[in-house]
Design a binder for this molecule. Structure first.
Ligand code: DHK
Length: 144
Protein backbone atom coordinates (compact mmCIF):
# COMPACT_ATOMS: atom_id res chain seq x y z
CA UNK A 1 0.00 0.00 0.00
CA UNK A 2 1.54 3.36 -0.97
CA UNK A 3 2.39 5.48 2.04
CA UNK A 4 1.73 9.23 2.36
CA UNK A 5 3.34 11.40 5.02
CA UNK A 6 1.12 14.25 6.26
CA UNK A 7 3.34 16.75 8.01
CA UNK A 8 2.36 19.82 10.02
CA UNK A 9 4.56 22.66 11.18
CA UNK A 10 4.60 25.14 14.04
CA UNK A 11 1.49 26.08 16.00
CA UNK A 12 -0.71 23.57 14.19
CA UNK A 13 -0.78 21.56 17.45
CA UNK A 14 -3.07 24.40 18.65
CA UNK A 15 -5.59 23.88 15.86
CA UNK A 16 -9.13 24.33 17.21
CA UNK A 17 -7.95 26.75 19.92
CA UNK A 18 -5.83 29.10 17.84
CA UNK A 19 -7.65 31.87 15.91
CA UNK A 20 -10.69 29.65 15.13
CA UNK A 21 -12.10 32.42 12.90
CA UNK A 22 -9.15 31.73 10.56
CA UNK A 23 -8.29 28.06 11.15
CA UNK A 24 -11.65 26.61 12.23
CA UNK A 25 -12.72 24.65 15.30
CA UNK A 26 -11.44 21.17 14.40
CA UNK A 27 -8.41 19.97 16.32
CA UNK A 28 -5.31 18.39 14.77
CA UNK A 29 -6.47 15.04 16.25
CA UNK A 30 -9.76 15.46 14.33
CA UNK A 31 -7.76 16.10 11.15
CA UNK A 32 -5.52 13.08 11.82
CA UNK A 33 -8.61 10.86 12.29
CA UNK A 34 -10.20 12.15 9.05
CA UNK A 35 -6.94 11.49 7.17
CA UNK A 36 -6.65 7.95 8.55
CA UNK A 37 -10.26 7.21 7.54
CA UNK A 38 -9.94 8.72 4.05
CA UNK A 39 -6.56 7.04 3.57
CA UNK A 40 -7.92 3.58 4.30
CA UNK A 41 -10.98 4.25 2.11
CA UNK A 42 -8.64 5.16 -0.76
CA UNK A 43 -6.11 2.37 -0.15
CA UNK A 44 -3.33 4.60 1.14
CA UNK A 45 -1.28 4.13 4.29
CA UNK A 46 -0.95 7.46 6.11
CA UNK A 47 1.51 8.75 8.66
CA UNK A 48 0.50 11.97 10.41
CA UNK A 49 2.93 14.21 12.27
CA UNK A 50 3.45 17.68 13.68
CA UNK A 51 6.47 19.56 14.96
CA UNK A 52 7.19 23.08 16.10
CA UNK A 53 10.86 22.60 15.17
CA UNK A 54 12.29 23.24 11.70
CA UNK A 55 15.08 20.63 12.01
CA UNK A 56 12.62 17.96 13.10
CA UNK A 57 10.48 18.68 10.03
CA UNK A 58 13.61 18.34 7.85
CA UNK A 59 14.38 14.99 9.61
CA UNK A 60 10.83 13.68 8.95
CA UNK A 61 11.07 14.64 5.26
CA UNK A 62 14.45 12.88 4.98
CA UNK A 63 12.98 9.75 6.61
CA UNK A 64 10.24 9.73 3.96
CA UNK A 65 12.86 9.20 1.22
CA UNK A 66 12.44 5.68 -0.12
CA UNK A 67 9.56 4.89 2.27
CA UNK A 68 6.74 7.26 1.20
CA UNK A 69 5.24 7.93 -2.22
CA UNK A 70 4.03 11.39 -1.29
CA UNK A 71 4.17 14.18 1.27
CA UNK A 72 1.33 16.55 2.15
CA UNK A 73 2.90 19.42 4.04
CA UNK A 74 1.42 22.32 5.95
CA UNK A 75 4.67 23.90 7.10
CA UNK A 76 2.85 26.72 8.91
CA UNK A 77 5.00 29.84 9.17
CA UNK A 78 8.07 27.94 7.90
CA UNK A 79 6.36 27.97 4.49
CA UNK A 80 7.36 31.61 4.21
CA UNK A 81 10.88 31.36 5.65
CA UNK A 82 12.49 27.95 5.27
CA UNK A 83 15.02 27.19 2.55
CA UNK A 84 16.00 24.12 4.64
CA UNK A 85 12.53 22.59 4.24
CA UNK A 86 12.59 23.36 0.50
CA UNK A 87 16.00 21.66 0.20
CA UNK A 88 14.72 18.60 2.09
CA UNK A 89 11.69 18.38 -0.21
CA UNK A 90 13.96 18.72 -3.25
CA UNK A 91 15.82 15.61 -2.01
CA UNK A 92 12.51 13.68 -1.84
CA UNK A 93 11.63 11.81 -5.03
CA UNK A 94 7.84 11.46 -4.60
CA UNK A 95 4.86 13.80 -5.01
CA UNK A 96 4.49 16.88 -2.80
CA UNK A 97 1.33 18.85 -1.99
CA UNK A 98 1.67 22.16 -0.17
CA UNK A 99 -1.34 22.81 2.01
CA UNK A 100 -2.70 25.80 3.90
CA UNK A 101 -5.93 25.77 5.87
CA UNK A 102 -6.46 29.49 5.28
CA UNK A 103 -6.25 31.37 1.99
CA UNK A 104 -2.76 32.77 2.52
CA UNK A 105 -3.13 34.96 -0.58
CA UNK A 106 -5.97 36.91 1.02
CA UNK A 107 -3.92 37.54 4.18
CA UNK A 108 -0.84 39.63 5.05
CA UNK A 109 1.67 40.14 2.20
CA UNK A 110 4.38 38.16 4.05
CA UNK A 111 2.18 35.05 3.70
CA UNK A 112 1.98 35.41 -0.10
CA UNK A 113 5.43 33.99 -0.74
CA UNK A 114 6.15 30.30 -0.24
CA UNK A 115 9.58 28.65 -0.54
CA UNK A 116 7.83 25.26 -0.77
CA UNK A 117 5.77 26.26 -3.83
CA UNK A 118 8.86 25.89 -6.05
CA UNK A 119 8.86 22.14 -5.29
CA UNK A 120 5.15 21.41 -4.86
CA UNK A 121 3.30 19.38 -7.48
CA UNK A 122 0.06 20.92 -6.18
CA UNK A 123 -1.05 23.60 -3.74
CA UNK A 124 -4.26 23.70 -1.69
CA UNK A 125 -5.17 26.85 0.25
CA UNK A 126 -8.31 28.26 1.79
CA UNK A 127 -10.33 25.03 1.86
CA UNK A 128 -10.18 24.76 5.65
CA UNK A 129 -9.26 21.45 7.25
CA UNK A 130 -11.08 19.68 4.38
CA UNK A 131 -7.96 20.52 2.37
CA UNK A 132 -6.20 17.55 3.99
CA UNK A 133 -8.64 14.95 2.65
CA UNK A 134 -8.77 16.74 -0.71
CA UNK A 135 -4.98 16.47 -0.84
CA UNK A 136 -5.17 12.73 -0.07
CA UNK A 137 -7.63 12.23 -2.92
CA UNK A 138 -5.27 14.05 -5.31
CA UNK A 139 -2.40 11.89 -4.02
CA UNK A 140 -4.42 8.72 -4.64
CA UNK A 141 -4.85 9.74 -8.29
CA UNK A 142 -1.11 10.14 -8.61
CA UNK A 143 0.29 7.19 -6.69
CA UNK A 144 -2.26 4.36 -6.99
C1 DHK B 1 -0.73 28.08 8.93
C2 DHK B 1 0.11 28.89 9.61
O1 DHK B 1 0.51 28.59 10.83
C3 DHK B 1 0.55 30.17 9.04
O2 DHK B 1 1.83 30.55 9.50
C4 DHK B 1 0.51 30.18 7.53
C5 DHK B 1 -1.08 28.29 7.51
C6 DHK B 1 -0.84 29.70 7.04
C7 DHK B 1 -2.45 27.73 7.17
O3 DHK B 1 -3.29 28.44 6.63
O4 DHK B 1 -2.68 26.53 7.42
O5 DHK B 1 0.79 31.48 7.05
Amino acid sequence: MPKILILNGPNLNLLGQRQPEIYGSETLDDVAAACAETGSELGLETEFGQSNHEGEIVDRIQQARGTCEGIIINAGAYTHTSVAILDALNAFEGRVIELHISNVHAREPFRHHSYIAARADGVIAGCGTMGYTLALRRMAGWVL
